[in-house]
Design a protein around this ligand. Structure first.
Ligand code: F6R
Length: 352
C-alpha cells in the first residue's frame, strides 16, 4: 500500500534514501577506495553508447558525461532514434538504461546494437526483464518496485548505478572521495525530504503560464528531468534547456509569469555562466528559483532558493533532482491531478 502517503509517487520519493543505500550495499569499499560491481566481472570498453527513453535517457546523458570525465568516449542516444543515427560500432559497449527492462524502443535499439556487433549491457530495475535476459551483461539498480507512473526513485538509483559503473571503469586506483560522496547521499537526500520549501514554491507558482528548467553540464539532464516530471504529472507546459541555449530562442517565452528553475552548484565556471543566464531571465522579470548548495552567489539573483547540502558535483545532480521532484509533486497535487496515473501514459511502453 501507500504506507500513509497520499500517492505512490510521494511514497517513492521518500523511499530514495533506502533505495540508494540498497544500490550501494556491498558494492563500495570505502577504506580502499574501490568499487566492485560483481555482476559485471571484467569489462573494459574503449567506448560506450547509451540507448534509453524518457527519464532513463536523462540518466543516460548523465552517465555519458561521467564516462567522458574519466576518459572513456561516450554518447547517449534516444533509443527510438538510434537505428537511423549511428554508424556501425564494432566491438564497443552499448548500454541500455531501462527501469522496466520492457520498453520496446530501448529493446529494439539494443537488438540493433547486437546486430552491429556490440556487446550489450542492461542497466535495469527488474530482475528477469526482457532487457536483462537479452543483453550480454546486466547491472541492477536495486531500487525496489516502483508503482507510480512517474519515475522517481528509479532515476536516483540509475544515476548512482552509473556513478558506480564509472568508478569501476575509471583507471584511478583511489576513488575514496567520490565514494564518500555516494555514502553521504542517502542522508543528504533525507535532509531535502525534511525541507518544506518545494511545497511552498509549488503553492505560490502552480498557476503560471509555463515553467522552465535550466542547468549546465551534469545539471543539464537534471533540467530535462525536472521539466519532464513537471509536465507529465501537472499537465502544465514545462521545458528544460541547457542554460546557455536559453538566449538562442526560448528566452522569447520568458515573462513575469514563467518561473525559471536554475540548478547551480559549486562556484566554478559552469556556475558562473549559469548565473549569467539567470540574470538574463531576471531582467525579463521571470521569477527565479535557484536550486543550489549555496556555494555561489546565485541567491542574490533568485526570488527563492531550494537548498541542497554541499556535496560532490556528481551527487549534486541527484540532490537537485529530489527538490524538483517535490516541486512537481506538490504542483500536481495543488492542481488536483491523478498523480500516480497521469493521462495518456503507461508505466512501461511496449510499442515502438
Ligand atoms: C517518466 C517515465 C518515462 C520512462 C520511459 C522509459 O517519468 O517514467 O519517461 O522513463 O518510458 O521507461 P524505462 O526506463 O522503463 O525504459
Amino acid at each position: 500500500g501507500k504506507s500513509g502517503y497520499d500517492h505512490y509517487m510521494l511514497k517513492e520519493i521518500h523511499e530514495q534514501p533506502r533505495a540508494l543505500r540498497q544500490c550501494l550495499q556491498s558494492r563500495v569499499d570505502e577504506l580502499g577506495g574501490q568499487v566492485t560491481l560483481e555482476e559485471l566481472g571484467d569489462i573494459n570498453p574503449s567506448s560506450v553508447q547509451f540507448v534509453a527513453c524518457g527519464t532513463s535517457y536523462h540518466a543516460a546523458l548523465y552517465g555519458a558525461q561521467l564516462l567522458q570525465s574519466v576518459g572513456i568516449p561516450a554518447q547517449a542516444f534516444i533509443a527510438s532514434e538510434y537505428a537511423t543515427s549511428v554508424p556501425p560500432i564494432g566491438d564497443n559497449l552499448v548500454i541500455g538504461v531501462t527501469q522496466s527492462g520492457e520498453t520496446a524502443d530501448t529493446l529494439s535499439a539494443l537488438r540493433e546494437a547486437r546486430r552491429r556487433g556490440a556487446r550489450t549491457l542492461a542497466v535495469t530495475n527488474v530482475v528477469g526483464s526482457t532487457a536483462a535476459r537479452e543483453c550480454d551483461d546486466v547491472l541492477y539498480i536495486r531500487a525496489g518496485p516502483e508503482i507510480g507512473v512517474a519515475a522517481t526513485k528509479t532515476f536516483a538509483s540509475q544515476l548512482v548505478t552509473l556513478s558506480l559503473l564509472t568508478l569501476q571503469l575509471d583507471g584511478e586506483e583511489d576513488n575514496r572521495e567520490a565514494i564518500a560522496g555516494l555514502r553521504d547521499l542517502p542522508s543528504n537526500v533525507q535532509a531535502i525530504l525534511d525541507d518544506t520549501k518545494a511545497k511552498e514554491i509549488a503553492e505560490e507558482y502552480h498557476d503560471s503560464d509555463a515553467y522552465f528548467f535550466i542547468g549546465r553540464g551534469l545539471h543539464y539532464p537534471v533540467a530535462l528531468e525536472g521539466a519532464l516530471k513537471f509536465k507529465e504529472i501537472s499537465y502544465e507546459h514545462a521545458e528544460g534547456f541547457p542554460a546557455g541555449e536559453l538566449k538562442h530562442g526560448p528566452l522569447a517565452l520568458v515573462t513575469d509569469n514563467t518561473p525559471v528553475f536554475a540548478v547551480v552548484t559549486g562556484d566554478g565556471e559552469q556556475a558562473r555562466k549559469t548565473i549569467g543566464n539567470v540574470k538574463e531571465v531576471e531582467a525579463r522579470d521571470a521569477p527565479v528559483i535557484a536550486v543550489t548548495d549555496g556555494v555561489s552567489d546565485v541567491e542574490r539573483y533568485a526570488d527563492h532558493v531550494l537548498r541542497i547540502p554541499e556535496c560532490t558535483p556528481r551527487t549534486a545532480a541527484v540532490l537537485a533532482n529530489v527538490q524538483l521532484q517535490l516541486v512537481s509533486y506538490h504542483a500536481a497535487a495543488q492542481l488536483g491531478r491523478p498523480i500516480d496515473k497521469p493521462r495518456n501514459l503507461a508505466k512501461s511502453v511496449t510499442v515502438e
